[in-house]
Ligand binder design. Structure first.
Ligand code: CDP
Ligand code: ZN
Length: 158
């Protein structure tokens, strides 16, 4: 038996020096703003996994009203969500993501991001793929007011 899950996340951008995407710190003149470390990609992956297993969503597991979640490491949230999914008898088959960002160029960082995600999830890098799209200069993505990410995952009975 297999199941599919979909995750989406958006974060506001503000002045800064580092953008954290998929657990990788990318030097950049804007940073993502959020209650946690604002890693838009790891948040989308977390929601996709939880959705595939029908086990809630990131906001339910880690409410932003809980001070314990302030500045929380997104890799830790993903690890916990993945453990919950695995405990329910599921195994990750593969995941595929899209990052929506006008800047910076994501492709040069793809190997590092895939490596990081594969390590967090304990899977082969071949199970992790990633693409990027600009906002074509228009809208909140194009005007660099926001960054977004989407992810689909496939899980199977372990
Ligand atoms: O060419 P098309 O309109 O389909 O896409 P685009 O948004 O203009 O992006 C062109 C290519 O740049 C993408 O296929 C990505 O490979 C790359 N890209 C990137 O590396 N980092 C981004 N933030 C956006 C796009
Ligand atoms: Zn987020």
């Amino acid at each position: 038996m297999v199941r599919i899950g979909l995750g989406h996340d958006t974060h506001r951008l503000g002045p800064g020096d580092t953008l954290v995407i998929g657990g990788v710190r990318i030097p950049h003149d804007r940073t993502a703003i959020g209650h946690s470390d604002a890693d838009v990609l790891l948040h989308a992956i977390t929601d996709a996994l939880l959705g595939a297993a029908a086990l809630g969503d990131i906001g339910e597991l880690f409410p932003d009203t809980d001070p314990a979640n302030k500045g929380r490491d997104s890799a830790d949230m993903l690890r916990r969500a993945h453990a919950k999914v695995a405990a329910a008898g599921w195994r990750l088959v593969n995941l595929d993501c899209v990052i929506f960002a006008q800047r910076p160029k994501i492709l040069p960082h793809r190997p590092a991001i895939r490596r990081q995600i594969a390590e967090i999830l304990g899977v082969d890098q071949a199970a992790v793929w990633l693409k990027a799209k600009t906002g074509e200069g228009v809208g909140p993505i194009g005007e660099q007011l926001a960054i977004a990410a989407e992810c689909v995952v496939l899980i199977e009975r372990a």
